[in-house]
Design a protein around this ligand. Structure first.
Ligand code: ZN
Ligand code: ZN
Length: 446
């Protein structure tokens, strides 16, 4: 028997031990990949991408600029535009710098900078909307959802990321948020790249960079749904539907879906919601409706009843155990039913109010105006507000888990893709996302 030294093991990894079946196959797959060294030949490479520049949004011929030693060059396979980018992308104001929209993507690594360690040439990678560097203060304190590589501060006028390409006329092009995604070639710092070892279609895996992963994480990563619990989800778009699927996977007793758009309510019921409510029809009674649905079989204090005593005092003990606010700001008028509350201020308060005393609520949607929480209730009702930044997703920990859940049929990433596009149809993909006529649109690169 060959004697394996500790030094030898450190140099060669688990492959030297034979490993388990899964680890062994992964390592074998990697063994055939080309060495991960950037040769410099990538600079000057031509490709196409959607660019928001001056007053326009269109597909441009682009030339790749020099790549940072810690950046990864990725050939895009699929990308899903996020609702948060639609207004900026589709508006016609004159913008100061040209950029490729979006903040996530998926593809195959074609080259890596000399300092890149996480991925190799040939790897399939999710480029996530949040980094996980593993070394910053936030990562070291268990909050990579606030990794400082994503949430850095930079001096006014200093561009945090250099342009990655230029147009034929020499205009420098940036990637939105340093990530972009809607171009045939992406360059991303390795901190955003999550290698995945799966044969799943790129169109499904790209949803793990942002919307679906964020929504699912709402019930899994920080705020953890419990079996037999009552869950309510405000907003049944790509994010809310992820939270609804988490409710089903983690065994919620009921999942209450709330959305003004009829086809989205019907879709939510197919994805695991047990009841779907229209916030327009319910009006200001929506909170009381959720509380009623979560009332339980009786009001007997000594038998575990949810309310007891005078109604005014007892009412706070009713409500859902877990609430997700995934409606967000309506930034453009949709072609389907509009939100009853375009600012999202009221919806945030309703989500908070629909949470039982001592329950948990995650606020995921953007709200630009101040939200007037009643101070005494905020202090005394014991509702834990969880941060909704990507649902608390730890990208390196959670995305590989979600890949497995898709492979096992637990997460349905296929059905939520209701339309696919080519790069030349990418403006339509953003418009449809703004119009809310689709759940998730995916641009597939040929
Ligand atoms: Zn997003
Ligand atoms: Zn970090």
């Amino acid at each position: 028997m060959t004697r394996l030294s500790r030094r030898h093991l450190l140099k060669t990894g688990a492959a030297a031990l034979g490993g388990g079946a899964a680890a062994g196959s992964t390592l074998r797959a990697q063994a055939g990949q080309a060495p991960g060294v950037l040769t410099g030949t990538q600079t000057g490479r031509m490709f196409r991408g959607l660019v928001r520049h001056s007053t326009t949004l269109d597909v441009q011929e682009l030339k790749l600029l020099a790549v940072d030693p810690r950046q990864v060059v990725i050939r895009s396979q699929a990308v899903a535009p996020c609702y948060t980018i639609v207004r900026g992308a589709l508006s016609t104001n004159n913008i100061r710098r040209a950029e490729v929209p979006n903040h996530c993507g998926f593809g195959v690594v074609e080259a890596v900078g000399k300092d890149v360690k996480r991925v190799q040439v040939g790897d399939r990678v999710v480029v996530a909307g949040t980094s996980q560097c593993g070394q910053c203060y936030q990562c070291l304190h268990g909050r990579p959802d606030y990794c400082q590589f994503t949430f850095f501060s930079n001096a006014p006028g200093v561009e945090p990321f250099a342009p990655f390409a230029e147009m034929r006329d020499g205009t420098k092009v940036y990637a939105q948020a340093g990530i972009g995604g809607m171009s045939e070639i992406m360059t991303a710092f390795e901190e955003y790249c999550v290698p995945v070892f799966s044969d799943l279609p790129a169109a499904q895996l790209t949803l793990l960079g942002d919307q679906l992963a964020s929504g699912f994480a709402a019930g899994h990563a920080d705020m953890r749904f419990e079996g037999g619990s009552d869950v309510a989800v405000f907003g049944c778009g790509p994010v809310g539907l992820g939270a609804i699927q988490a409710g089903k996977v983690f065994g919620a007793a009921q999942v209450i879906a709330i959305d003004p758009i009829k086809y989205r309510r019907e879709f939510a019921l197919k994805m695991g919601a047990t009841i779907a409510l229209d916030p327009v029809a319910e009006g200001d009674g929506i909170v009381e409706r959720v509380r009623e649905l979560c009332r339980g079989p009786n009001d007997r204090r000594f038998a575990g009843g949810t309310t007891w005593g005078r109604a005014s005092n007892a009412v706070i003990s009713r409500g859902a155990d877990f609430v997700v606010e995934a409606a967000g700001l309506q930034t453009m008028p949709p072609k389907v039913e509009p939100q009853p509350d375009v600012t999202n201020v009221k919806t945030v308060l309703q989500a908070w109010d629909a949470t039982r005393a001592g329950g948990h609520v995650m606020l995921m949607g953007f709200t630009l105006q101040p939200v007037p929480f009643p101070g005494a209730s905020l202090a005394l009702f014991g509702r834990t507000i969880h941060p909704g930044q990507q649902g608390g997703l730890h990208v390196m920990r959670d995305i590989p888990r979600y890949v497995k859940l898709i492979e096992k049929g637990k997460i349905d990433a296929k059905s939520v893709i209701t339309k696919t596009y080519t790069l030349d149809q990418s403006v339509a993909a953003i418009q449809d996302t703004a119009d809310r006529t689709i759940i998730t649109g995916v641009i597939e690169f040929s």
